[in-house]
Design a protein around this ligand. Structure first.
Ligand SMILES: [Zn+2]
Length: 95
């Protein structure tokens, strides 16, 4: 298997785009939920297309099923003691 390594500058541009989309998603979350979800969807698409992983800090910030950005209001936080991690549960789709 050969690994296509992208130049660093390109990865930076893609990552920046993803971060911008997440910011937009955050802005529209209250005003227009549908649009907000679209932004998350789009950023995931960009990442997939470029075979890049979403930045770590963003990865856990949205629901992988319905693409909604997680906030304190729409999630239930649960501590999983077995793996010592906080698990987010989406209130919207119960995922
Ligand atoms: Zn969800």
């Amino acid at each position: 298997m050969t690994e296509n390594k992208k130049p660093e500058w390109l990865e930076k541009i893609i990552e920046e785009r993803i971060i911008i989309l997440f910011k937009l998603a955050n802005e529209f979350l209250d005003k227009n939920e549908k649009r907000s979800k679209r932004y998350i969807q789009l950023s995931r698409k960009i990442a997939t297309r470029h075979r890049m992983k979403l930045p770590k800090k963003l990865k856990r910030n949205f629901c992988k099923k319905c693409n909604i950005l997680f906030t304190d209001k729409n999630t239930i936080k649960r501590k999983n003691n077995q793996i010592n991690k906080i698990i987010f549960k989406c209130k919207k789709c119960d995922y």
